[in-house]
Structures are given as structure tokens and as C-alpha cells.
Design a protein around this ligand. Sequence first.
Ligand code: SF4
Ligand code: SF4
Length: 405
Amino acid sequence: MCAMKAEKPEVRLWEGLTRSDLISLDACTRCGQCIPYCPIQEASGQRDISPPEKITMFRQLLSSQRGARAVLFGQRPLDREKLQKLSDALYHCTVCGVCGEYCEVGINCMRLWPDMRHKMVELGVGPFGPQKDTPKTTWEFKNPYGQPHSERLAFLPPDVHVEKAAENGFYVGCSGAYPSKPMVAGAVRVLQAAGVPFTILDDEWCCGFPLWVVGVHDKVEQFVRHNVDEFVRRGVKRLITSCPCCTTMITGNWPRYYGKELPFEVVHTTEVVADALRRGKLKIREYRKKITYHDPCLLARGPREVIRPPREVLEYVPGLELVEMERHGRLSKCCGAGGGIRRANFKMSIDMANIVITDGDKLGVDEMLIDCPACFERMHLAQQQPDHPSDLPILDLMDVISRLV
Ligand code: SF4
Ligand code: SF4
């Protein structure tokens, strides 16, 4: 459990939450429809941290400050024990957003949970456990992994040419740059094969997602401004993303921190590659395999909703047979890498990864293709643990395609 800090008395529970957050918090009927689909519930069965429980805890705390009792008998100070319990529940979440997909009243959980986490930070009860180091590490190293900034572009294959300035910018992202290099190495190779010239920042910083998602927002604007200004300096008109977290952060949050619309379009790598295939600019060699494709939460349910483009790319691979996961597209399961949970609760995140891998294995496929560096890192780590349930090969989509062009 987190150590308690002194409450800042001026911060009130509802202040800073959006109208939509407050309406959502009021709207939950406690129907429980979302519970069976929550990966945390599937992995742990801890009902006291389920979506309706988090909302109920919040409502109870709110009624002590703003309800009829508070009006009649005066506002009571927040119950610190209950607040801590709420905070712990909020941080035991991958922010995968699938609860919102199944929610009968349409709560936008992908937005609600991070906003509530930010509130917990303001109240001195967040982030959770090792997540507390994330802001300092990310600021110091410009990535949340604490890896040397000077090695950010070490993934670049020597045969790939990067322009000094170009209309297309490629945003690498920290997970691709460090633990999941095959994904971005594959992406830049495929872009080159498709005849798409692009530039990459020598001094690219984290997109700010790890800070935003744990609720520590103070330095996010500096990360956003640095990256946007650098891409503008290089003449970028279209920014090509790879990582789903970066894609969500850039499309959903960068304009807010930048203070206006971004001065460039944002597209995902698979959209660019699908377009090149459609226009006959790229040919893919035969790959005689039966595969399944795992939709990353933030690509499928994020603001850009990239579901069709990776499938379109796969349709252009001669000999390839795609078998869909039982839950795919907007309903896909989280692999346990998101929301900072991999730092906060290692076992829980590994259990979630094993559930997704096992679901894929049951389909009798040769491989599972994924399109997310966080999934890549988590699933491979899960397969390195003793007694892991499946050795199904987990490969990155662009890594595979790059070997076929
Ligand atoms: S966002 Fe995902 S992990 Fe979090 S409560 Fe909803 S379903 Fe569970
Ligand atoms: S499905 Fe929606 S309304 Fe029902 S318990 Fe879950 S969050 Fe509440």
C-alpha cells in the first residue's frame, strides 16, 4: 500500500474532474456487466477493485464533501483510509478501457480512470508503489526505462536512410527504442521499402504517456512542446506513429498540452503501409503460416481506432491465414502491460499476458502477431517465467513484414 502523505486541504475531490467524468461517476448503475471482461478481474478475481467498486468508493467520499449531509451538517474531511483504498484500486488497472466497451451506460473509462488518478496525485495518494519513480526517471532520461538517452536510436538498422528534414516524421517511442527494438526497426524498414522518405528526431523525448497515465501531469507539456517544435523544425507535415500508447497520447492529448491543433497530421504505421500496398508501391512475399493477431488496447479502443489497417496489411501477405482471437477489435483483451501496472504489480501483469497468449494458443495457430511494443515486452517476459503456460511464438507485425518485402 502507498505511504500516506499530508493532504493538501485546498484540493477538493470533484474539482478538476470534467463534466463528463462527473456524469459518468453518477451514471454507473452497478449492473456489473463490465466485470467479467476486466482483465484484472480475470487474473485476480478481486471484486473490491472492480469498476463499479471504484465508482462506489468515489461516490461515498464525495457525499462526505458535497452531498445533502455535507449541506446539512457541514463538510467532513476526506476519510484518508477510504481515499487510500480508492487510490489503490485505481492504480490496479491497466486503463485498457474494455470496461467502457461493455458498460451499459456508455462510460468512457479510458478517459475516466486517468482523470481520477490525476485527482489521487493531487490529493497525495498517488501514484502507486514503484510508479512513483516514473516522473523523475522519465524527466532525467527522457524515457521511463531509465535507459541512456544517447542510445535512443540504437535500434536503427544501418541500411535504413533517415532524412534530415522531410514531410513525414517517424515517432519512435521509448518502448520501441529500448525493450522492443524489432517493432520500430521493422517499421522503418517497411516504410523505406514502401518508398516513404522520413525524418526521425536525434533528440526525441518520451511522448508523456507514462506520466499522463499515472496522473503526474506537471512536466507533460514540456515533453509535448519539445517534440512538436522539433518535428516542425524538420518540416514535418505528417507524423507516423508506431506504439499504441504514443499514438493515443499524440492524437488524444498532445493538442491539449500544446494549446492548439497540432501542426501536422498523425497516422499509424499500418495505415501508411496499407495505403502503399493498395497503391501497388509495396509487394510482400509469401508467408505460409496460420496466425492470429492481438489488437493492442490503445490502438483498437484509442482515439484513432486502428483496427482495419493491420488486417488489410495481413490480407496482402500471400499464403497467410488469419484466425481471429475470440475477443478482437474493440473488445480485445489487455495483455497486462498498460496503465503502469507492470511496474506496480508484476505478477498480475504477467498473469494477464499469459491469459492472452493461452487464448491465442487455443486457436491452433503457428504464431501470434502483435503491434505494440508494450505487449511485445510483457508477453516475452511472461514466456521467460518458470511454468509459463505456452511457448506460442509472439512476433511483431512490422518485424515480420520487413522480412518479406
Ligand atoms: S480499464 Fe481495463 S483493467 Fe481498468 S477497470 Fe476497466 S477493464 Fe479493468
Ligand atoms: S457496466 Fe458501466 S454501469 Fe455497469 S457496473 Fe460497469 S461501469 Fe457501472
